[in-house]
Structure formats: C-alpha cells, structure tokens
Design a protein around this ligand. Structure first.
Ligand SMILES: C[S@@+](CC[C@H](N)C(=O)[O-])C[C@H]1O[C@@H](n2cnc3c(N)ncnc32)[C@H](O)[C@@H]1O
Length: 295
C-alpha cells in the first residue's frame, strides 16, 4: 500500500508580502520590540491581526491630526489606558517623528508597562513621548500634562476609564477624541438594581431581563449616552467599526471632533434616557452637562 501523501505545507509569505503589510517609513525595530514582528522580521497570525487593527485605527487618527490647525509648539496627544503603548508608538513613528515637534503622552496604571515603554522610547530615540504611571482620572489634574491636549485616544481602556478619558478631553479642550470602549459594568449594575423603573412593566424590559443581556445592554446604553454627552458638549460624533466582528467583540469606534456647537437636543435626550432607564444618579457624576445646555 502506498504511504499516505503528506499535506503540502502552506506557502510561507514572501518577504515582499510582509513589506506590503507594513506602512512606509515604519520602524522595523519598533515592530520587533512590540512583538508585532518576530526577531526574524516575520508576522504571525496574531500579530498580523494586531497590526491590522492598529493601522486601521491609525488611519482615522492620522486624518484627524492632518485636519488640525498647526500650532507653534506642535500637536499634543494623550493615549489613555495605554497598555504597552502600541498605539502611541505607531502614531509617533508614522506621524510625530517626521514632524520634529509635538508630544505624545501615554497614561497607564501598570507601573511595569510604563517602565517598559519609557525604555523602548529611549532606545528608539522617540524623545517626544512621555509615559505617566497614573490613572486616567488623576491625569486630568496632573501638572505633568499641559493645559491643552489636542487629541485624546483610549483604546479598550477598561470599564469607566473611557468615561474618565472623555472628562479629560473636555477639561483639556481636545479638538478630537478617538475612543474604542471596553466592557462597562457601571450602567449594567444600575440596570440590574433598578430594573429600569419606568420601563419595567413594558415589553422593552425584556431587553435586559437575562444577565448576559443586562451586561450587553449596559455596554450599548453606555456608548449611546457617551455619544449624546459628547454631542451636548460641542462635538460632532461618528460611530463606526474598528475591524470586522471576527476579530473582537469590542470594536465600536467613536470619533468625536470639536465643533463648539453644543446640541441641546442631545442634552435633552441624554437626560430623558437616564430618567427612563432609572439611571438618573449617573447624570451628576458621569455626564455633568453645563447649565446652559441643560436648561
Ligand atoms: C485592555 S488594555 C488596552 C491596552 C492598549 N490600549 C491596547 O489596546 O493595546 C487596558 C489597559 O488600560 C489600563 N487601565 C485600566 N484602567 C485604567 C485607568 N483608570 N487609568 C489608566 N490606565 C488604566 C490597564 O492597566 C491596561 O493596561
């Protein structure tokens, strides 16, 4: 009997295929340090996905950065819940580096990640990157950050860190905010507790009767409230998808551009939604609307 034929190995991607997946001017050393490229300069399945995700997000951010008016001191960007600072490093490498001015701040509570990012920035000569081992909430008042930050990013910053990033952006008069929210437990907990008082006896209450639905509805409602809050605070908001659903369940991308037009209708809808869902206690803390808009 003939020996079973061996399955032909999948062809390895040629070097030029990998080059076509990497942005022009991108530091190969950076991609290796971020473990996006292997030591041999290759991409694996996981890192290819990560690279695709970061590049996809970078395209949105680059467009916003290019639209902003130039300032003498250069643009500033704060990345909240930075983790290993993939995003900050890629933005610096592909945009800030060539400008020769401007500064990126990475905000992260895990000290070891902050230390590693500092070391990597020093190694690569990325002089205008700073990493702060503080929480997003603390960063709003920190003297180590400038009074004004042009662009705020928060990619999968945990739980309410996205809300803290929005508060930071408002306080710093950010021209743009780019948010990819993570899971959020605060609204779901309120929903669970109050079981949406006014809607409890309507069929709509079915939307969050089961615990898994309560959680998902909590996240969905949170993002809707965040968008309304941004619109009421003078931002034009676009909501889109970061990458295909197959890559991540948390891929909602919220892009907010400052126009200065504070939408009263958004403030009214925000207040009405909070009220109907029995979430009114959140209004004062999470979504403090200026009196002029609320009135
Ligand atoms: C899921 S990771 C995302 C990291 C990175 N943005 C990315 O997408 O690769 C979330 C990061 O946010 C950090 N983090 C969570 N809450 C934070 C807070 N309140 N302030 C600052 N960092 C926070 C965590 O330590 C973690 O590194």
């Amino acid at each position: 009997m003939n020996a079973p034929k061996k399955k032909a190995a999948a062809p390895k991607p040629a070097a030029q295929d990998i080059a076509s997946e990497i942005a022009p001017g991108q530091s190969i050393e950076l991609l290796k340090a971020l473990h996006i490229l292997t030591r041999e300069g290759k991409l694996n399945q996981d890192s290819r996905r990560k690279l695709k995700q970061v590049y996809h997000l970078f395209q949105f951010i680059e467009k916003l950065l290019r639209e902003l008016p130039a300032t003498d001191a250069g643009l500033t960007l704060a990345d909240h819940g930075a983790g290993k600072s993939y995003l900050g490093f890629i933005i610096y490498d592909l945009f800030f580096k060539a400008l020769g001015q401007g500064r990126i701040y990475g905000i992260e509570t895990r000290a070891e990640l902050v230390q590693k990012s500092k070391e990597l920035a020093a190694e690569l000569g990325f002089e205008r990157m700073e990493f702060l081992n503080i929480s997003v909430a603390e960063s709003t008042e920190s003297e180590r950050l400038p009074e004004r930050i042009d662009v705020v990013t928060a990619l999968h910053a945990c739980d309410t860190a996205t809300d803290d990033a929005i508060a930071f952006g408002l306080r710093k008069n950010a021209q743009a905010m780019v948010l990819v929210p993570c899971c959020q437990a605060e609204v779901a907990a309120c929903l669970r507790q109050n079981k949406a008082l006014q809607l409890a006896r309507t069929p709509l209450a079915e939307l969050w009767r089961h615990p898994i639905h309560t959680r998902e509805m909590g996240s969905q409602i949170t993002n809707v409230l965040r968008c309304l809050y941004l619109e009421a605070s003078g931002y034009q908001v676009t909501v889109t998808e970061l990458v295909g659903w197959e890559h991540s369940m948390k891929n909602e991308l919220i892009i907010a551009r400052y126009t200065g037009q504070k939408k009263r209708s958004a403030a009214e809808r925000l207040a009405a939604l909070l009220d109907e869902l029995g979430l009114g206690s959140l209004l004062a803390g999470r979504f403090p609307l200026p009196a002029t808009v609320r009135a």
